[in-house]
Ligand binder design. Structure first.
Ligand SMILES: Nc1ncnc2c1ncn2[C@@H]1O[C@H](COP(=O)(O)OP(=O)(O)OP(=O)(O)O)[C@@H](O)[C@H]1O
Ligand SMILES: [Mg+2]
Length: 251
């Protein structure tokens, strides 16, 4: 896209990047075009500041016209990321006949949106998804007062409270598996945020339906991650107990 003067002026005013970087150094042209369109459509008013800039996504605190804050997750467009995603999308009946290239990232974004929606409708605590377009997902901003919600790995909880968190997460696990017939697929202390005293599951782009060929493998990994993390933090629970709780028979 050749940005017009009007587009440049709006992006300049509405994207707040700390330090000396310009928005053009932070976003590729397609993403800027999309951000511009989302601003024009009134889906977001501004990007306030980055909350997280990782390998696969950048997450910004955004603001809507009425002052409501939102989280804006922007998936990176690059080939290394495509390769990682391909193996997950293949075999998922919701994403058959998928064209390659950039479209895969778009499909991935849509998948995160629909997975969040499914979980939110199932009463699992996740950020409520509001909208998506191309590689951008807009969702509820999880926070504690003025701060974005921290990852579980970064909060210091006493044993009793850690036990409560583990119980909540196992409840979500049960609903996910038995009611929604899904597996999170990347569950760990990195993808659980603590907001207003409750755990929230995030980062659900790779979440799968149970009929996916990889679901069992990912389920095992999720359970092992939880058992390890909670065990290291004074809440002893075994893999067998978790399986029993969600009704998986050991063979
Ligand atoms: N809805 C939200 N509200 C507040 N903070 C969020 C929200 N979603 C994500 N974050 C923050 O952004 C970080 C990255 O989000 P997420 O885990 O979804 O991305 P990711 O796919 O792991 O990206 P990467 O692998 O590139 O880090 C989270 O650890 C969290 O700190
Ligand atoms: Mg993550």
């Amino acid at each position: 896209m050749m940005a017009t003067e009007e587009q440049k002026a709006l992006l300049n005013e509405k994207i707040h990047i700390p330090g000396r970087k310009t928005y053009e150094e932070v976003f590729d042209k397609r993403t800027l075009k999309e951000l511009y369109d989302l601003m024009k459509d009134g889906m977001i008013d501004s990007l306030e500041h980055p909350i997280s800039t990782g390998k696969e996504a950048k997450v910004f605190k955004g603001k809507q016209k009425d002052g409501t804050f939102v989280a804006v997750k922007i998936m990176r467009i690059n080939t290394a990321v495509f390769r990682k995603y391909k193996k997950y999308i293949e075999g998922d009946r919701r994403f058959e006949d998928l064209p390659g290239g950039t479209k895969m990232i778009y499909a991935w974004t849509k998948k995160e949106f629909s997975n969040l929606k499914r979980m939110h409708n199932g009463d699992i605590r996740v950020p409520e998804p509001f909208a998506y377009a191309k590689n951008i997902l807009i969702m509820e901003y999880l926070h504690n007062d003025d701060h974005p919600a921290p990852m579980l790995k970064d909060v210091d909880l006493d044993k009793k409270y850690m036990r409560y968190i583990s119980e909540e997460v196992l409840d979500y696990f049960n609903v996910l598996y038995n009611e929604l017939e899904m597996v999170h697929g990347d569950l760990s202390e990195f993808n659980i945020l603590i907001a207003e005293g409750y755990p929230y599951l995030i980062d659900v782009s790779q979440s799968l339906l149970l009929d996916h060929p990889k679901s069992e493998e990912l389920l095992e990994r999720d359970i092992n991650n939880l058992v390890r993390y909670f065990g290291d933090n004074g809440v002893d629970i075994t893999v067998e107990e978790v399986k029993k709780r969600i009704g998986i028979e050991e063979v």
